[in-house]
Design a protein around this ligand. Structure first.
Ligand code: SF4
Length: 221
C-alpha cells in the first residue's frame, strides 16, 4: 500500500458512519483484503479485546453526558480493573492526586509513578550533551511502565506525559492504557486549541514550526 494520497482524511466520513452507501471509489475499506478483514475481526474475539471493546462501547455511548474523568472510571469498572496505574508528569501531580481520590472513592486501588522517577540525567540514558553539561533530570517512561507492571496494574492512565515519552510508555505498558490528560502547557492541556490556532493570530508562530520541519532546520542534537 504505497499510494496514500487518498485517505479518510480526504473524505466526509458520512458513508461509513451513517451507512449512506455513498462510499467514495477510493474508500480505504477497499484496501483491506478479505483475509485482513477476517484477521481483524478474529482479533476482536480474543477475550481481552472483547472485554475492552464491550466496555468501551457501553462507555462511549454516554460520552456526550460524561466528562472524560467519569468515562475513564466507568471504563475501568466495566473491564473489571481492580488496581489502576497512573503514569503522571510531575507537573500534573496535583491533578493526579485528585484522580487518585476519585478512583479510590470508587473502590479502585491506585498506584502512581511520576515521570522523573530515578532522577536520571542525560548521560544516564545515553544522551550526553555535546558540552558535557548534565542538564535537568530526564523523564523515564520505560521505568514508569516497568514499575506499573511490577505493581500488576490492570489498567494504566496517562496523565500528561510528554510527546515521545508517551510513545515509549504506550509501547512498553504491560496493561492497557488510556489517556486522561494530553499535556500542552501553552493551552492548559487542550491540545485541540493548537489546531484551532491555525486559524488565529497564532498561525504565524505555527508556521515557523511547519517550515522548520519541512526545511529540516530543527535542531537534532
Ligand atoms: S472509511 Fe471510506 S467512507 Fe469512511 S471516511 Fe474512510 S474513505 Fe470515507
Amino acid at each position: 500500500m504505497d499510494d496514500i494520497r487518498f485517505s479518510c482524511l480526504s473524505c466526509t466520513g458520512e458513508a461509513c458512519e451513517f451507512e449512506t452507501g455513498g462510499n467514495p471509489p477510493q474508500c480505504v475499506e477497499g484496501l483491506a483484503s478479505d483475509a485482513v478483514k477476517q484477521e481483524v475481526h478474529d482479533r476482536y474475539r480474543e477475550p481481552d479485546n472483547h472485554r475492552i471493546m464491550k466496555a468501551a462501547a457501553l462507555t462511549s455511548a454516554r460520552c456526550g453526558n460524561l466528562t472524560r474523568v467519569q468515562e475513564t472510571m466507568e471504563f475501568a469498572a466495566r473491564i473489571g480493573a481492580r488496581r489502576i496505574g497512573v503514569a503522571t508528569c510531575t507537573m500534573l501531580l496535583e491533578e493526579s492526586r485528585i484522580l487518585r481520590k476519585l478512583l479510590e472513592n470508587a473502590g479502585f486501588e491506585v498506584f502512581g509513578v511520576a515521570c522523573k522517577v530515578e532522577g536520571n540525567h542525560r548521560s544516564d540514558l545515553g544522551l550526553p550533551q555535546a558540552d558535557g553539561a548534565e542538564g535537568s533530570v530526564l523523564c523515564n517512561p520505560l521505568m514508569q511502565a516497568r514499575l506499573l507492571e511490577e505493581a500488576h496494574t490492570d489498567l494504566n492512565i496517562v496523565m500528561g506525559l510528554c510527546v515521545g515519552h508517551d510513545a515509549l510508555f504506550y509501547r512498553y505498558s504491560h496493561a492497557p492504557v488510556t489517556t486522561l490528560v494530553t499535556k500542552d502547557h501553552v493551552t492548559g492541556h487542550n491540545a485541540c486549541a493548537g489546531l484551532y490556532a491555525s486559524k488565529s493570530v497564532y498561525r504565524k508562530r505555527l508556521r515557523e514550526t511547519v517550515e522548520a520541519c519541512r526545511e529540516g532546520t530543527l535542531p537534532m542534537e
